[in-house]
Design a protein around this ligand. Structure first.
Ligand code: UD1
Ligand code: UDP
Length: 376
């Protein structure tokens, strides 16, 4: 056996896990940082298959120059228990055959939770590093909140994006020495690719000119609750009378719009709400940067609009990313029709906010993570 420390050190074998759309932007810079130091890292990219449509997965590998997954677990969709269970079963087989030094998980999706539990319960345990640790919405009805709490409770290393995350972890009794504030890997990707997205011909292809608004919606609390979905879409219809709205639709939401609101292939509201397929990263970034207003219930989009200096209305009552409100351009508006419309009209009347910076969201988070792992 080769020694891991000292002169005869072998590279750290790292299983890096990705499963769903927001994971791909986060693993891209990490893979790049690991691959840049083959003397120190031997990364294995594991795709659980939680997201599988080309527009929810493959496109990001191509655009963000991520190599093909080394392992694909192919689990697909299912209820929380079914999906989490399938990932656990498949990932346990992987870890039984090939024991890495670290399992690195990102974000808060079911793939994050499932792989952390499996690693922590191997005998002996495989160490877990959680990238984007410590975020808390305080709302346990949100499936991601459960994923965050359990993953952080199991992780040996907790990489955070903001001081509030550090405070949340300390309040939960996490040993300070395990917490490393490194910045935001999702913003590493934004900074790397924003120039390329400037060159995309997205608006021309869509035949759209500013001003326009951009909407994304996929949280179960908004789309699986038919009344909430109706309230939000009524608000969007009203805003669309002032401002055309582009709406790349998440597959979960498309199902609900069709089944519960009877929306067809074409858009509602006289074509002023334009339904689109889920977009690739470069097209979506192109649209975000030029939008007069973004309306969303996404986690990542709250952060990206903060860095782009684009006003964002978050269609939720809480956020696990409070720094996007205190230092950024984000505002929580919930799902009440009148509140959403009033907030949107207020933004359209005001000059665009100044771009604000967030400490350490500087494009170097993945390099900092690699540096910490090297010392372990
Ligand atoms: C998941 C994450 C959520 C994240 C979101 C990002 C969990 C608990 N949720 O939510 O945190 O914000 O991804 O987009 O992990 N579907 C397809 N094609 C796909 C993927 C999904 O048609 O490629 C449809 C299926 O009908 C599926 C539904 O979308 O049942 C939901 O997918 P799932 O991965 O369970 O949750 P998301 O809502 O995507
Ligand atoms: N995104 C994208 N195409 C879209 C919608 C979103 O590329 O049509 C990107 C967005 O820029 C961000 C990420 O997807 O980088 C956010 O993922 P999502 O909203 O699905 O998940 P969340 O962040 O809410 O977990």
């Amino acid at each position: 056996m080769t020694r891991r420390t000292g002169k005869g050190r072998r590279p750290l074998r790292i299983f890096l896990v990705a499963g769903a759309r927001p994971n791909f932007m986060k693993v891209a810079p990490l893979m790049r940082a690991f691959q840049a130091r083959p003397d120190r890292f031997d990364p294995v990219l594991v795709h659980t298959g939680q997201h599988y449509d080309a527009a929810m997965s493959d496109v990001f590998f191509k655009e963000l120059e991520i190599r093909k997954p080394d392992l694909h677990l192919g689990v697909g969709s299912g209820s929380h228990a079914v999906q989490t269970g399938k990932i656990m079963e498949a990932f346990e087989k992987v870890l039984t055959g090939d024991r890495p030094d670290w399992v690195v998980v990102v974000g808060d999706v079911n793939s994050t939770l499932a792989c952390s539990i499996v690693a922590a319960k191997m005998s002996p345990p495989v160490r877990v590093a959680h990238v984007e640790a410590g975020l808390r919405s305080g709302d346990r009805t949100m499936p991601e909140e459960v994923n965050r709490i359990v993953t952080d409770a199991l992780a040996d290393l907790l990489f955070t994006t903001s001081p509030d995350a550090d405070r949340n972890l300390l309040a939960e009794g996490v040993d300070r020495r395990r917490i490393h504030r490194v910045g935001n890997v999702m913003i590493d990707t934004l900074r790397r690719f924003v120039k390329r997205s400037d060159q995309a011909d997205t608006l021309r292809r869509l035949g759209v000119a500013p001003p326009y608004g951009l909407l994304t919606l996929h949280r179960p609390s908004n789309v699986d609750d038919v009344e909430a979905l109706r309230r939000v879409m009524r608000a969007i219809g009203e805003i669309a009378s002032d401002l055309p709205i582009l709406f790349p639709v998440h597959p979960r939401t498309l199902d609900r719009l069709r089944a519960d609101l009877g929306w067809g292939e074409a858009s509602g509201q006289d074509g002023r709400v334009r339904l689109l397929e889920p977009l690739g990263y470069l097209d979506f970034l192109h649209l975000q940067k030029r939008a007069a207003l973004v309306l969303t219930d996404s986690g990542g989009v709250q952060e990206e609009t903060t860095i782009l200096g684009v006003p964002c209305l978050t269609l939720r009552d809480n956020t696990e990313r409070p720094i996007t409100v205190s230092r950024g351009t984000n505002r929580l508006v919930g799902s009440d029709t009148a509140a959403i419309v009033a907030a949107a009209r207020g933004i359209l009347r005001r000059p665009r906010p100044r771009r604000r910076s967030v400490p350490l969201w500087d494009g170097r988070a993945a390099a900092r993570i690699a540096a910490v792992l090297m010392l372990r």
